[in-house]
Design a protein around this ligand. Structure first.
Ligand SMILES: [Ca+2]
Length: 269
């Protein structure tokens, strides 16, 4: 009897576009001094930016491991005013930003990254890798976007609660910026008191300027013995929320092998 595999994998793509290709936009170091650390609750300790201290935003697309020089362009806000906050860790190609726990205070610490946004109507895709220091402690982190390097400016776009994996996992989120010019992506450690620590690395951002179709939906499927049949509806909208005006490509793969490749399929609008 011929063996027919159960698994069909269907992917779709816009002809001429690419899927979430991460260009390595690592930037040249521009400063060597440490990051600016702000104490929010006490205005006397806020370090104001001077002319020479001007923010140097990162140009999209980029991937920040980061280097120490890149970290020095971040703004760190130690909002709970304890003696722990985000720091640069590592060397060479194994670097990260790290928040260490406090015995006395719940985490309330921000690492703000300046980003040059040209078009606020474009969808941006953020990804990063993150882990907890010890599997015995649950850690919490949220990510925001806003026009200033302050908690009040942030619109939260991703909230990760109670993670305890000690190997790096990739997190991703798409969002539209709240304005143009220099915008800030804020990584907010908000774990409880006396946890362990959070490491974040390989922070990537790209603008999704090419139309990306939504994933095709499996409308119905059935199995007859070893034969599996799936009916798929071609998406009529893009990830960016726009109707698809042209055709999309459709590939049918079985066990990672392309069995059908239709370069031009028109959605049913
Ligand atoms: Ca702190």
């Amino acid at each position: 009897m011929r063996f027919v595999t159960f698994l069909s994998v269907v992917t779709a793509f816009v002809v001429g576009s690419t899927w979430l290709a991460h260009a390595d936009g690592r930037l040249k170091p521009v400063k060597t001094r440490g990051p600016r650390v702000q104490q929010l609750a006490n205005p006397r300790t806020i370090k104001l930016k001077s002319e020479s201290d001007a923010t140097v935003p990162f140009t999209v697309p980029f991937t920040l491991a980061p280097t120490r020089e890149e970290f020095n362009r971040f703004v760190i806000v130690n909002a709970n005013e304890d003696n722990k906050t985000w720091n640069f860790m590592g060397s060479g190609t194994t670097t990260c930003i790290n928040y260490g726990y406090s015995y006395s205070s719940a985490a309330d610490d921000w690492a703000f990254i300046p980003v040059e946004v040209e078009d606020e109507n474009v969808l941006y895709s953020l990804s990063f890798e993150m882990k907890a220091q010890y599997s015995s402690d649950e850690e919490c982190l949220e990510v925001g976007i806003g026009a200033g390097a302050t908690p009040e400016d942030m619109t939260i776009v991703l909230d990760v609660d109670n993670f305890k994996h000690t190997s790096y996992k990739t997190y991703g989120q798409m969002f539209k910026p709240t304005g143009t010019g220099i915008q800030w992506i804020g990584f907010h450690a908000n774990s409880g008191v006396y946890k362990s620590g959070i490491s974040v690395r390989n922070i990537s951002l790209e603008a999704l300027t090419d139309p990306i179709p939504l994933k095709p939906a499996i409308e119905e499927s059935s199995a007859d013995g070893l034969d599996y049949t799936a009916s798929v509806r071609i998406p009529s909208e893009t990830l960016q929320g726009e109707p698809i005006s042209g055709s999309v490509g459709l590939k049918v793969l079985v066990d990672d092998e392309v069995r059908q490749d239709s370069p031009r399929v028109w959605p049913e609008n």
